[in-house]
Design a protein around this ligand. Structure first.
Ligand SMILES: *Cc1c(COP(=O)(O)O)cnc(C)c1O
Length: 420
C-alpha cells in the first residue's frame, strides 16, 4: 500500500485506511510514528552530497534515507501527500500549512504580472483578498464570473479578461460558499482549451476548490480540472483542531509547487500531518453520516414556517442547469449549507443566541455542528450590495452539520426557532 500511483484500482474507502504508510519503514509499527525532527543525519559525506544532487538536480536518489531538512520534506508529510493524491485520483499532491497557503502557492506558481485570473463568484473571502488586494499589486488582473454554469457567461468573462493580456488561471469554487452556486468544471476545462488557441498555445490552468464536498463526493480531476485545491482544515481534518491545505494534480504541476514551498516555508508540520493522515481514515464515514444528518436538517428547515428559504445542494430542482451539472460532477450534496430566516439580523441573532447544542463559530467540516451568520462574520468585509447580489442576506445563516444524533439537532433548531 505504498506505491504512489499503485492504488488506483482500489476503492477510495480502502485507500483512506492504509495507503501511503509502509510499516517496514518504522520498526513494523502498525501505525506511523510522528517524526518530530527538523533535520536528518547522513551516514557519510558522500551520501549527503548524493541526497542533495537528487533533490536539486534530479539525479537518482541514493539507497536509504534521502531527507534533508523538514522544510524540504519529511516522512509524515510524504505519507499524507501520498494518501491525499490517491483519494483525489491524482499522480501527486502537495500539502501546505493552511488552505490559503495552498491557494497562495498555486497563484504564485501559475500567474505572472499582466496575467488575468478568471474566477467563479462568490469565492472564499481569503481568496478574494489574495487576488484583489495582494496579487493585483503585482499586476495580476482578477475577473469574477457570477454564473459559471453558463457557457455564454464564461465566454464573455474570458473575452473581457483576455483583452489586455493572457489568462493564466481559471479558479472555480464549486459548490460556492454559502450560496450553493455550482460551476461546471468540464465547461471551464473546454474554455481553457479554446483560450489556448488565441494565446499562442498557452492554456490557462483550471483549479477547483473542493473544500465543501471533499474527495469522497467530488473528483474535479476526473472532469478536466488540472488542480484540486482543498482546505484540508475543514472536512478532511474533520475535528476543528488543525489547519492544512492540499493541491492535487499531475506530477509535472505538483513537483514545482513543492519546490516553491521550500522557499515559502509553507509545508505542513509533522504533528499536523500525522493528525491529518489519521483523520483521512474516517473521512468516508464522516462524509456519509454528516450528509445524512444534513438532509434531515435541510428538510426540517424547508418545512418550518419561520424559514424563508434553504440553499441546500440537494434541493437544486431536477431539470435545472445546476442539477444537471451536479449529477455529472458530484456524488452527493455535502453537509454545509445556508438558510434564510424571515426577518433580518435581529431575528437571526435571537435564533443563534438561543441555540444550546449547535456551536456559534465560523469554519466548517468538524465532527460538531457549527453555525454562523455570514453577513456579520465570514462575509463581514464584503460590501452589502455584493453580499445581497450573491444571496447573503441579513437573515441568512450557514450551518455545517456534524455527526451528532439528528434528533438532538432538530430539537435544538426547533427550540431556538421558537424565539424568532
Ligand atoms: C477555509 C477555506 C479556505 C482556506 O482554508 P484555510 O485552511 O482556512 O486557510 C479556502 N477555501 C474554502 C472554500 C474554505 O472554506
Amino acid at each position: 500500500m505504498t506505491e504512489p500511483d499503485g492504488g488506483s484500482d482500489l476503492q477510495l474507502e480502502t485507500l483512506a485506511i492504509g495507503f501511503g504508510y509502509d510499516p517496514s519503514t518504522a520498526f513494523g509499527a502498525a501505525k506511523p510514528p510522528v517524526f518530530l525532527t527538523s533535520t536528518f543525519v547522513y551516514p557519510s559525506a558522500e551520501h549527503a552530497k548524493a541526497v542533495h544532487a537528487a533533490y536539486f538536480d534530479g539525479a537518482p536518489p541514493p539507497e536509504g534515507s534521502n531527507y534533508i531538512y523538514a522544510r524540504l520534506g519529511h516522512p509524515n508529510l510524504d505519507m499524507v501527500e501520498r494518501r491525499l493524491a490517491a483519494l483525489d485520483r491524482a499522480e501527486d499532491a502537495a500539502v501546505f500549512s493552511s488552505g490559503m497557503a495552498a491557494m497562495t502557492a498555486v497563484t504564485h506558481y501559475v500567474l505572472r504580472p499582466g496575467d488575468a485570473v478568471l474566477h467563479s463568484r462568490p469565492i472564499y473571502g481569503g481568496v478574494h483578498t489574495l487576488l484583489y488586494d495582494h496579487l493585483a499589486e503585482f499586476g495580476v488582473r482578477p475577473f469574477g464570473v457570477e454564473d459559471a454554469l453558463s457557457e455564454a457567461a464564461l465566454s464573455a468573462a474570458a473575452k473581457a479578461a483576455g483583452r489586455d493580456g493572457p489568462i493564466g488561471l481559471i479558479m472555480l469554487e464549486t459548490p460556492a460558499n454559502p450560496t450553493a452556486a455550482v460551476a461546471d468544471i468540464a465547461l471551464a476545462a473546454g474554455l481553457a482549451r479554446t483560450i489556448a488557441v488565441g494565446q499562442g498555445g498557452r492554456r490557462p490552468l483550471v483549479s477547483v476548490d473542493n473544500t465543501f464536498l471533499g474527495p469522497f463526493v467530488q473528483t474535479p480531476l476526473a472532469h478536466g480540472a488540472d488542480l484540486t485545491i482543498t482546505a484540508l482544515t475543514k472536512y478532511c481534518a474533520g475535528h476543528s483542531d488543525l489547519l492544512a491545505g492540499g493541491v492535487s494534480g499531475a506530477r509535472a504541476l505538483v513537483e514545482p509547487l513543492k519546490k516553491q514551498r521550500m522557499v515559502h516555508g509553507s509545508h505542513l508540520d509533522p504533528f499536523s500531518s500525522w493528525l491529518l493522515l489519521r483523520s483521512l481514515e474516517t473521512l468516508p464515514l464522516r462524509t456519509e453520516k454528516a450528509a445524512s444528518n444534513a438532509l434531515d436538517v435541510a428538510r426540517f428547515l424547508l418545512d418550518h414556517p419561520k424559514v424563508e428559504s434553504v440553499t441546500y445542494l440537494g434541493f437544486h430542482a431536477s431539470g435545472s442547469p445546476a442539477r444537471a451539472v451536479l449529477d455529472r460532477q458530484a456524488r452527493g450534496s455535502g453537509s454545509t449549507f445556508s438558510f434564510t430566516l424571515k426577518g433580518g439580523e435581529a431575528e437571526a441573532f435571537r435564533f443563534l443566541n438561543r441555540l444550546k447544542l449547535m456551536r456559534l463559530a465560523v469554519s466548517l467540516g468538524g465532527s460538531e455542528t457549527l453555525i454562523c451568520h455570514p453577513a456579520s462574520t465570514t462575509h463581514y468585509a464584503t460590501p452589502k450590495a455584493l453580499r445581497q447580489d450573491v444571496g447573503i442576506l441579513d437573515g441568512t445563516i450557514r450551518v455545517s452539520v456534524g455527526l451528532e444524533h439528528p434528533k438532538d439537532l432538530l430539537a435544538d433548531l426547533a427550540q431556538a426557532l421558537e424565539a424568532v
